[in-house]
Write a protein that binds this ligand. Structure first.
Ligand code: GLC
Length: 674
């Protein structure tokens, strides 16, 4: 496989997940020295004693687990602290040792009791000793220790086995169904080539498919990180495989990336939050002592990425994909697994934790999503909010309800309700709303302010006054105090339709706007990533004079064929399939001849992008997924969400009884929410 390379780094300096013996359960040693001179990006040291002191019973599990390993592991696990020397002297073997231990710990972790705090939902702690995620799910509660009940463990494991059997039955039924839906459909030559290319891009790890390369151009001598599996890029590949009835690669991907989530990496001695999913990973080959090689997974959490951008969208996409996998294969046992449930909780914990935020939208740094360079999308960009909303809806469906999760589920529902209100009310613009903003009063100090964010009407850009059609509207790109980013960002708008973040009327209006502005947003190649481009001084200040993001290129107004599948899904949901078909026909005319570029440049997407990769996998997969969605409307319907009326009902605003402060949501609800 192309992506497997010799490792030129010391094993142990980097985060590696080897496949030997236990593909989903292997945990390598971290480099013990926190301030090692080897690299800026290294493991954080975790002291084993943290586990035993905070988590009574852990030692017992650990020792049990360790006993079940082969004799070569026998001495390990007896001491309380993993020593650096141990790692350096025996790293390759240690992988195996820890693999065994971690595997049992993972199985047993389900019975660890969680404790619920009044204000916050449960906090999830991953004990760092082994850096293995599901060691414990623990509530911050200094008064009590978590306990373990072995009977519970056994009965839970038994129940899981049974669930898995039940799900296998459903799975095979579903898989037959999938095949029959596809049967009899003659693929065009373009589709055949696309499938061949997609399969060529598959990355294997220890003999199993685990993902697809971002790009697979045989003539590209400088692939940078395009020879990695990107979490977001794999999503359309995953959908293509799932719609084809091939779930294995998706299942492997979900489980392997889950393992990577458990690692902490540091950027100049600072660790991003636990629960972060990597932006991408690579399968590397590392040399063992005896002239043998071992495959390892090497994740990038943004610490190698250009600009050191945070991959906030990765975890959100992972949750969305997990749900889709269940829906399309019938294998719900996967999402019910303890380690998978813990993975979901870790992501949610990271997203729902308290900070300085004033809004229910998720606060992020610039370039934290598909647009992974500086483009003025820091703060509360729409794309992240739409993915966040979807991930919350997916989680609400997938979280196993028990005493330990009920507060988290409540927190998820409250956030969903607050977030949808916030976006529907404050991000929405159409002709009428722009006219309102145009006449806004400013400097309003009070709870009753109409212009809550103190938007100066002069901010309305000239292009928008001319551009906004009579019918239709859209959700703006970002909202901050005294700042509305009026650019149209396609992915955020499309995903708001798919997830029902927008109201039914708003969702319809977004498609009306795309239709009315077809030349600008679809042009010669669907679809513009954002409209319009930043030019001149704005480009200089906002992008930092980025030569890759020049006006109408790449992220700055370029056209990205991968967005076709999201457009198709949105159109199908809204009963506007003809729009999707038209866009697919346009793309079909060029994609194969142009060798499946990553993006197109110019106002109308006339030219292949200046620095666009060829044989870009998500361009290929996006096209295939679009075609298959059109062929299988029932399956497509499993992948979008309708309005959730329960969410509209629940207003969690605690201020509603106060005479001084009014709950603006209650007032606005009747007008905006339906
Ligand atoms: C570019 C894109 C990003 C994508 C990556 C790999 O950096 O901006 O969204 O994930 O390439 O294709």
């Amino acid at each position: 496989m192309k992506s497997v390379r010799f490792c030129n780094m010391k094993p142990g300096c980097r985060i590696f997940l080897p496949c030997k013996s236990a593909p989903f359960l292997v945990v390598p040693f971290p480099q013990a020295s926190k301030f090692s001179v080897y690299s800026n990006f290294q493991f954080r040291t975790h002291k084993f004693h943290t586990c035993s002191s905070r988590f009574s019973g852990f030692k017992t599990i650990f020792n049990n687990a360790q006993r079940s390993c082969s004799s070569q592991n026998r001495n390990w696990g007896q001491s309380g602290i993993l020593s650096n020397t141990h790692c350096r002297d025996s790293c390759p073997r240690s992988h195996f040792v820890i693999a065994c231990a971690a595997s049992n710990i993972r199985d047993l972790s389900t019975s660890v009791k969680t404790h619920v705090n009044d204000k916050n939902f449960e906090r999830i702690y991953v004990h760092g000793g082994l850096n293995a995620k599901p060691l414990a799910v623990e509530k911050i509660d200094l008064d009590s220790n978590a306990t373990i009940n072995e009977d519970e463990i056994k009965s839970e494991n038994l129940e899981n086995d049974l669930k898995s059997e039940r799900s296998d039955e459903t799975k095979s039924e579903r898989s037959d169904e999938t095949k029959s839906v596809r049967a009899g459909k003659e693929e065009s030559e373009v589709e055949k080539e696309a499938w061949r290319l997609l399969r060529n891009a598959i990355v294997s790890y220890c003999g199993s498919p685990v993902g697809t390369l971002a790009a697979n151009d045989p003539n590209d001598k400088l692939p940078l990180n395009y020879d990695q599996v990107f979490i977001r890029d794999f999503v359309p590949s995953a959908f293509a495989f799932l719609l084809k009835g091939e779930g294995e690669i998706v299942r492997n991907f979900l489980l392997h990336t889950l393992q990577l989530q458990s690692w902490e990496k540091t950027v100049d001695c600072y660790s991003p939050g636990q629960g972060l999913m990597p932006a991408s990973f690579k399968v590397r080959s590392v040399a063992l002592d005896d002239n043998k090689f071992e495959e390892v997974l090497d994740p990038d959490f943004g610490e190698s990425a250009i600009g050191r951008v945070a991959p906030v969208d990765s975890g959100l996409w992972w949750i969305i994909l997990l749900r889709a996998y269940g829906k399309l294969t019938g294998d719900y046992a996967l999402q019910e697994r303890v380690d998978v449930q813990t993975g979901i909780k870790l992501i949610l914990n990271l997203c729902l934790s308290d900070g300085f935020d004033m809004f229910p939208s998720l606060l992020v740094t610039d370039g934290s999503c598909m647009i992974d360079r500086r483009m003025g999308i820091h703060g509360h960009p729409l794309e992240i909010q739409a993915l966040f909303y979807s991930a919350l809806r997916c989680s609400r469906e997938m979280l196993t309800l028990d005493d330990g999760s009920k507060n988290l589920v409540r927190a998820v529902s409250n956030r969903l309700s607050a977030l949808s209100f916030h976006i529907r009310e404050y991000y929405w613009v159409d002709l009428k709303k722009i006219n309102e903003i145009y006449r806004y009063k400013t400097e309003e100090y009070s709870m009753e302010a109409t212009n809550k964010f103190n938007i100066y009407p002069e901010q309305i850009p000239h292009w928008l006054m001319h551009w906004i059609p009579e019918t239709g509207g859209y959700l703006i790109g970002n909202l901050q105090p005294a700042h509305m980013d009026f650019r149209f960002f396609t992915l955020g708008n499309l995903w708001s339709i798919v997830s029902s973040l927008g109201t039914p009327k708003q969702n319809e209006a977004i498609l009306n706007l795309i239709e009315a502005k077809w030349v600008d947003l679809i042009g010669q190649m669907p679809l513009k990533i954002c409209y319009p481009a930043l030019e001149s001084e704005e480009w200089r200040v906002i992008t930092g004079s980025d030569p890759k993001n020049t006006p109408w290129s790449y992220h700055n107004g370029g056209s990205w064929p991968t967005l076709l599948w999201q457009f198709t899904l949105a159109c199908m949901k809204m009963g506007r399939t003809e729009l999707a078909k038209e866009a697919i026909t346009l793309a079909e005319k060029r994609l194969q001849t142009d060798q499946w570029p990553e993006y197109y440049d110019t106002r109308n997407g006339k030219f292949i992008g200046k620095q666009a990769r060829l044989y870009q996998t998500w361009s290929i997969a996006g096209y295939l997924t679009s075609k298959m969605l059109l062929d299988n409307p029932e399956m497509a319907s499993l992948l979008f969400w309708e309005e959730d009326y329960d969410l509209l009902e629940s207003c969690v605003c605690a201020l509603s009884n106060s005479s001084r402060k009014k709950c603006s949501r209650r007032l606005a609800k009747s007008q905006i929410l339906v």
